[in-house]
Design a protein around this ligand. Structure first.
Ligand code: C5P
Ligand code: MG
Length: 166
């Protein structure tokens, strides 16, 4: 049975995702297209950052995970704009009585360099989640050429969010 949260209750959620890199696919991170010779492969637009943040929101509210709400076998989500998942996760958490406080995240990708896109990505995420810009953090790391991310086979994203009741 679900219980109403205590007033002022703080909830923390963790999200992680990985997608393969493929030539000719778009590289979309936090809803922002980044010019690149390779992009992320997947059923939706494969926005690895949006997916990690979606899971973090769902996790904080104990609402399952992204695949439960948006199965990758559902043709509705083929090529989908992953910001739809983010908006829905925010809405579901809101229906449980939680509002977002902040988002912190890291994208791990060997190349291209992403730092010039940080502001655009933060802005897009902030708009989508109804947050002030200073409550949305996006960081970038390489994998130092080690492992599948370091070898340029994939990209990962990690996210953590805080929700507050009331
Ligand atoms: O992975 P590393 O510590 O070498 O990253 C150094 C900096 O390079 C990061 O703090 C980030 O600002 C930037 N970076 C980037 N795009 C990437 C990876 C890292 O802009 N794909
Ligand atoms: Mg994904």
């Amino acid at each position: 049975m679900s219980q109403a949260p205590e007033p002022g209750e703080i909830r923390i959620g963790l999200g992680w995702d990985v997608h393969r890199l493929a030539p000719g696919r778009p590289l979309i991170l936090g809803g922002v297209p980044v010019p690149s010779e390779h992009g992320l492969d997947g059923h939706s637009d494969a926005d690895v950052l949006a997916h990690a943040i979606t899971d973090a929101i769902l996790g904080a509210a104990a609402l399952g995970d992204i695949g439960m709400h948006f199965p990758d076998t559902d043709p509705r989500w083929k090529g989908a704009d992953s910001l739809v998942f983010l908006r829905r996760a925010r809405q579901l958490a809101g229906e449980r009585g939680y509002r977002l406080v902040n988002v912190d995240s890291t994208v791990i990708l060997e190349r291209p360099k992403l730092k010039d896109f940080r502001q655009a990505i933060r802005q897009r995420l902030a708009e989508t989640l109804g947050l002030d810009l200073d409550r949305v953090s996006v960081k970038f790391k390489t994998a130092e050429k080690v492992g599948p991310v370091g070898e340029g086979l994939s990209a990962e994203a990690q996210a953590i969010v805080t929700l507050k009741a009331g």
